[in-house]
Design a protein around this ligand. Structure first.
Ligand code: 26W
Length: 811
C-alpha cells in the first residue's frame, strides 16, 4: 500500500475556504460555525472518498472475500474529530480551523451525534466498523437512514420527557446519496404458482413498492488507506403522488402512499431489550434486509456472472435477530430470480449467514405473529414455512419424535415465527458476546441445538474502539502512555501491558492521579456550562451510565445511596469517603418502571444535594440525555464504574470496558465481560460482589423470598420503608417498594436487589477505603489500564475474522 498522503494546515485552510465559497457562497468572514462544520466535513469526505474508490477497485480486482455487517442500529456519535484523527489530520485540521478564526473544540461540539441506535448493540456495531476498516477487512455496514435517531431526553420536574432527534440538518454532511443504486422493496400483494414451458415460477402481484435509496457514509480507518462504507437505506415512494387518484380528485389519498412509504425510515424504535410486535418495525426490518441483499447480489452478479460462488465471496453477519429476514430473502432471490433449486439455494444461504446473539432476556426475543408476516410478506412466508417444515422433520428424526425437544426448537410454532430459532437453524455460526454469555447460550437458551451441532457455537467477547475511547477522548492519558514507551498501543492494544512496569513508580502514579483530577475538573466545567450544576470534584466520581433497565439494577445503586444518606443524617461523624454519584440513562418511552426509577434518582438527588448534612460528602446528579458524545467526556473523568447487573443477565456490557481503559475501577458482579475483566485483574484489582450466575439460578429455583432480607436486615428495611415515605417532593415510590417486596403482577424483586444489597454495601466500603490511599488507588487504576488491551475491538475483529469469517486481516 502506498504511503499515506498528508495535508498541511495551509492546504486544509485552502480546501475549507474553497468549500465555503463553492458550496455555501461565502467567504470565511461571513461563515457561521454551521457552515464551517459542513465545509470541514466535506473536505475530509473528499479525502476519504479517494481512498474508498481505491479500496473498491482493489476488492474487485483481487476478488476479495467480504463481510456484510447487517444491523438495525449503528450508534456512530460524532465523526469530524474521529475522521480527522484516523486520517492523521487532527493536528493540522485543528490548526487550520483556529487560523480561520474559529475555536476547534467548539466546532467539534457543534456536530450532532448520529444517534442511530439505542445502546450497546448499536455502539458495538460502530466500534466494529472502525476496527474492520483499520484492520483492512473488506466490509460494509448496512442499516436504515432514520430521519429521527434515539430521542433526546429532557428532565422536567424530575421526569423524563422525550424530544425528537432531528439530526440530518447537519449530520447529512457525511452522507453521499447514490440514487442510481436504488433498490425496490415489495410489500403485500399475493403470490401464485405458475407453470409454463420453462417450468415452475412464482408470480407476485398486487404489491406495494417502496424505494430504498442508499446514503453512504464512508469510514476512514486509522493509519491505513483502506476505507469501508456504512450504507444507510432511505425509504422513498416510487411516485410522488398517485396521479390516478389525484386526477379523480382524491387529493389526500393521492399523497397517502408516499407518506406510508416514507414512514419506514422515519424513526428508530427506542425499545432496547424489549420486543413489541409492531408492523412498522417488521416493515423496517424487511425493507433494510431486502434492499441490502439485493444490492449485494446485484454487485456480485455484475462481477462474477453467477451466484454459485456467492458463499465463498461473502459472509453476512447479522447483529442479533433483527436482520433475520436476510435468510428467507436470499432464498427468495436464489429460488425465484436466479432459478436455483431448494437444495442448491439452501447450501449457499447456510454457508454465508452468521448470527450474533446479544441478549438472553426472554422479553427481548423476537417472535413475529404469523398473520403479520403472511399479509405483509406473502412470498417470504411461503419460504419460511418450507424452512420450518424441513427443520422440524430433521429435528423429529434426530430426537426420535421427542416433542419436548422439538417444540422449543421449532421455527414456526403456536402462530408465531421465532427468529432466534431460525438463525440457529440457518446460520453456519452462532456466537455470544462474552465467555459467560456464550456459555449460557450453550447450556441453556440453545442447549439442544448445541448438542446437535456443537461446532456452530462459539464466543467472541465484545470490544471497544480504543482509539476513540482512550486516545481521542483522553489525550492526557494517551500522552502518559506514550511517555511510558507504549506508543504503539494504537495498533497493538496489548502494548498497554508495558504500563505495568511503572506500577511502583511514584512519579507515574501521581501523574496518573493528576490526569484524573484534571479530567474531572474539565468534565465538571462542561456540566456547569451545560446545566449550571456544580460537581464536587474532590469527591470520588462514582458513575453508572447505561440504558435504564431493571436488570441493570440502577435501583440497587439508589437504595445504597439512600442508606448512606440515612447514616449521614443519623451520625454526622459517620466515616465514609465523599462521593459524587453520577447517573445517565434513557428509559424506553413505554417502560413505566424504568421511568419511575429515573424520577426516583432525581427525587433523591434533590433531597441530598440541598441537605447541609451532605455538603462536600454526598452528591447525586442525573446527567440529562446520556449519549456517545457525553460518554466521551465522562469516561476520562470517572473513578468508580458501576457494573452491577444481576448475574446471568448482561450479555457483555461495553461501558465496563470504556471505564476500565480510562482507569476507573469497577464495582461489579460476575456478569457479562466483567468475568473476563476479573480474570485478568484478579480479586485485588476489582471490587466484586453479589451472587454468581449459578447461585442466582439456584436461588430462583428454590423460591427466592425478598421479604426475608427485608425483615432480617434493619438497614435495608429502613431504606425500603423510605420508598414508601417518599423524599419530600410529593412523589410516591410505594409502587417500587411493592415491586421489591411482593412483586407487582410479576415475581417479587425479580432481579434480586435485596439479596445482593449487603454484599454490594461491603464492596463499596472496600472501594472507599482504597480511595483514601491515593497511591494504592492509582496503582490499581494503572493495572486496569495496562490489562485492558484485550477489550479493544481490534481483538474482537481479529477473533471474528479467524473464527467465523475466514478472512485475513492486517498483520
Ligand atoms: C426487539 C427489541 C430489541 C432491541 C435491541 C431487543 C434487543 C436489543 C439489543 C440486542 C439489546 C442490546 O443492546 N443488547 C446489548 O448488546 C451489547 C453488545 O453486545 C451487550 O454488551 C449488552 O450486554 C447487551 O445488553
Amino acid at each position: 500500500m502506498s504511503a499515506l498522503h498528508t495535508y498541511s494546515k495551509k492546504e486544509l485552510m485552502n480546501l475549507i475556504t474553497g468549500k465555503l465559497r463553492r458550496n455555501f457562497g461565502r467567504d470565511v468572514e461571513e461563515a457561521t460555525s454551521l457552515h464551517m462544520f459542513k465545509a470541514c466535513a466535506l473536505v475530509l469526505r473528499d479525502i476519504i472518498n479517494e481512498r474508498q474508490l481505491a479500496t473498491e477497485d482493489r476488492v474487485s480486482t483481487e476478488h476479495l472475500r467480504q463481510v456484510h455487517y447487517l444491523s438495525l442500529e449503528f450508534l456512530m456519535g460524532r465523526s469530524l474529530m474521529k475522521n480527522a484523527y484516523n486520517l492523521g489530520l487532527l493536528a493540522p485540521l485543528t490548526a487550520a480551523i483556529e487560523a480561520l478564526g474559529f475555536s476547534a473544540p467548539d466546532l467539534f461540539e457543534t456536530e450532532p451525534d448520529a444517534g442511530l441506535g439505542n445502546g450497546g448493540l448499536g455502539r458495538l456495531a460502530a466500534c466494529y466498523l472502525d476496527s474492520m476498516t483499520t484492520l483492512e477487512v473488506p466490509a460494509t455496514g448496512y442499516s436504515i437512514c432514520y430521519e429521527l435517531g434515539i430521542f433526546k431526553q429532557k428532565i422536567v420536574d424530575g421526569q423524563q420527557v422525550e424530544l425528537p432527534d432531528d439530526w440530518l440538518g447537519l449530520g447529512d454532511a457525511w452522507l453521499i446519496p447514490k440514487m442510481d443504486e436504488t433498490e425496490e422493496v415489495r410489500f403485500g400483494g399475493k403470490v401464485e404458482d405458475v407453470w409454463d414451458q420453462s417450468g415452475h415460477h412464482v408470480k407476485h402481484t398486487g404489491y406495494d413498492t417502496v424505494l430504498a435509496v442508499p446514503k453512504d457514509m464512508e469510514i476512514a480507518g486509522y493509519a491505513t488507506q483502506h476505507s469501508n462504507v456504512l450504507r444507510l437505506w432511505d425509504a422513498k415512494s416510487p411516485t410522488p403522488v398517485d396521479m390516478g387518484l389525484f386526477s379523480s380528485g382524491q387529493y389526500l389519498k393521492a399523497v397517502e402512499q408516499q407518506a406510508m412509504a416514507e414512514t419506514i425510515s422515519k424513526i428508530l424504535y427506542p425499545e432496547d431489550n424489549h420486543y413489541e410486535g409492531k408492523s412498522l418495525r417488521l416493515k423496517q426490518q424487511y425493507f433494510f434486509v431486502s434492499a441490502t441483499i439485493q444490492s449485494i447480489v446485484r454487485k456480485h452478479r455484475a462481477e462474477y456472472g453467477t451466484l454459485r460462488n456467492f458463499h465463498q465471496k461473502h459472509v453476512i453477519q447479522i447483529n442479533d435477530t433483527h436482520p433475520t429476514l436476510a435468510i428467507p430473502e436470499l432464498m427468495r432471490i436464489l429460488l425465484d430470480e436466479e432459478g436455483y433449486g431448494w437444495e442448491a439455494a439452501w447450501h449457499i444461504v447456510t454457508h454465508c449467514v452468521a448470527y450474533t446473539n446479544h441478549t438472553v432476556l426472554a422479553e427481548a426475543l423476537e417472535r413475529w405473529p404469523q398473520q403479520l408476516i403472511q399479509t405483509l410478506l406473502p412470498r417470504i412466508w411461503q419460504i419460511l414455512i418450507e424452512i420450518s417444515g424441513r427443520y422440524q422433520q430433521e429435528l423429529t428424526d434426530y430426537f426420535h419424535g421427542d416433542l419436548s425437544k422439538v417444540a422449543p426448537m421449532a421455527i414456526i410454532w403456536g402462530g408465531e415465527v421465532r427468529m432466534a430459532n431460525l438463525c440457529v437453524c440457518a446460520c453456519f455460526k452462532v456466537n455470544g458476546v462474552s465467555a459467560l454469555h456464550s456459555d449460557i447460550l450453550k447450556k441453556d437458551v440453545f442447549h439442544d441445538a448445541y448438542l446437535r451441532t456443537p461446532e456452530k457455537f462459539t464466543n467472541v467477547t465484545n470490544g471497544i474502539d480504543h482509539r476513540r475511547w482512550l486516545s481521542e477522548c483522553n489525550p492526557k492519558l494517551d500522552e502518559l502512555i506514550r511517555d511510558c514507551g507504549c506508543g504503539e498501543y494504537l495498533l497493538r492494544p496489548d502494548a498497554l501491558q508495558g504500563l505495568e512496569r511503572y506500577k511502583d513508580d511514584a512519579g507515574v502514579l501521581s501523574r496518573l492521579g493528576e490526569i484524573k483530577a484534571a479530567n474531572k475538573r474539565s468534565f465538571a466545567a462542561w456540566v456547569a456550562r451545560e446545566s449550571g450544576v456544580v460537581l464536587n470534584t474532590d469527591a470520588m466520581f462514582d458513575v453508572q451510565v447505561k440504558r435504564l433497565h431493571e436488570y441493570k439494577r440502577q435501583l440497587l445503586n439508589v437504595l445504597h445511596i439512600i442508606s448512606l444518606y440515612q447514616h449521614l443524617k443519623d451520625d454526622p461523624h459517620f466515616s465514609f469517603t465523599p462521593r459524587t454519584y453520577l447517573f445517565g440513562a434513557k428509559a424506553a418511552p413505554g417502560y413505566a418502571v424504568a421511568k419511575k426509577i429515573i424520577r426516583l434518582i432525581n427525587s433523591v438527588a434533590e433531597l441530598v444535594n440541598r441537605d447541609p448534612a451532605c455538603k462536600d460528602r454526598l452528591q447525586v446528579v442525573f446527567l440529562e440525555n446520556y449519549r456517545v458524545s457525553l460518554a466521551e467526556q465522562l469516561m476520562p473523568a470517572s473513578e468508580l464504574s458501576e457494573q452491577i447487573s444481576t448475574a446471568g443477565k448482561e450479555a457483555s456490557g461495553t461501558g465496563n470496558m470504556k471505564f476500565m481503559m480510562n482507569g476507573a475501577l469497577t464495582i461489579g458482579t460476575l456478569d457479562g465481560a466483567n468475568v473476563e475483566m476479573h480474570q485478568v485483574l484478579g480479586d485485588e484489582n476489582i471490587f466484586l460482589f453479589g451472587l454468581k450466575a449459578r447461585e442466582v439460578a439456584e436461588m430462583k429455583q428454590k423460591g427466592y423470598k425478598s421479604y426475608e432480607y427485608y425483615v432480617h436486615n434493619p438497614d435495608l428495611k429502613r431504606v425500603v420503608d423510605q420508598l414508601n415515605l417518599g423524599f419530600g417532593d410529593g412523589a410516591a415510590y410505594d409502587d417500587l417498594a411493592r415491586r421489591l417486596l411482593f412483586g407487582d403482577g410479576g415475581p417479587a424483586d425479580e432481579y434480586l436487589l435485596l439479596a445482593d444489597f449487603e454484599s454490594y454495601r461491603d464492596a463499596h466500603v472496600r472501594a472507599g477505603q482504597v480511595y483514601l490511599d491515593p497511591t494504592r488507588w492509582n496503582q490499581m487504576s494503572l493495572v486496569n489500564i495496562a490489562r485492558s488491551g484485550i477489550f479493544a475491538a481490534d481483538r474482537s475483529i481479529r477473533d471474528y475474522a479467524r473464527e467465523i469469517w475466514d478472512i485475513p486481516v492486517r498483520a
